[in-house]
Design a protein around this ligand. Structure first.
Ligand code: HEC
Length: 148
């Protein structure tokens, strides 16, 4: 895992990967979308990401109306998204394009996951993100997304 995908960005130019390099394109989008900012736990002692928990979820966000943990999006099949097919992955994102197709209640959202933004990525971009997420280290970390 190169450091630009995690916490520290250098001043070096990071070129857009070749369109046919799915995994690199996915890595680029995951970096740009700052998925790790929510999906990787922070070690509060060093105020940096826990690199061995890269994208393994379990960061707790408390908001006025709800509490949510970020999901484990590593390819671990029991606790991450290892069991998700590419089709399921795309369908989940795209389901947020139309408020009629998800449980939309004005003023009552219960997640900080930017579904309503990321849903508008193209199929190609979503496939690239999926391919990259399949390529990272699976981490076993069971997350209760909506703890009581
Ligand atoms: C602002 C915080 C935040 C950012 C940024 C974020 N996520 Fe999330 N994500 C969450 C939270 C919290 C959840 C769990 C609640 C939910 O499913 O809405 C989640 C859930 C998910 C899920 C569902 C997994 C499951 O088991 O249901 C996927 C897939 C996902 N995120 C992928 C991504 C990707 C890919 C990116 C970057 C392009 C990203 N997320 C960026 C906070 C975030």
């Amino acid at each position: 895992m190169s450091s630009f995908m995690v916490a520290n960005h250098t001043a070096d130019k990071i070129p857009l990967p070749a369109a046919n390099d799915k995994i690199k394109t996915g890595a680029y989008l995951v970096s740009a979308g700052h998925c790790n900012g929510c999906h990787t736990q922070v070690d509060r002692k060093i105020l940096d990401f826990k690199n061995d928990m890269y994208l393994a979820g379990g960061s707790l966000f408390k908001r006025d109306n709800f509490t949510v943990n970020s999901a484990n999006i590593t390819p671990d099949s029991a606790t991450g998204i290892g069991a998700w097919s590419q089709e399921m992955f795309l369908a989940k994102f795209k389901s947020y394009r139309d408020p009629k197709t998800y449980a939309y209640a004005p003023g009552r959202y219960n997640t900080i996951m930017p579904w309503t933004i990321l849903c508008n990525l193209t199929d190609g971009d979503l496939k690239a993100i999926y391919a990259y997420l399949r390529s990272i280290k699976p981490v076993k970390n069971k997350v209760d997304k909506w703890p009581q």
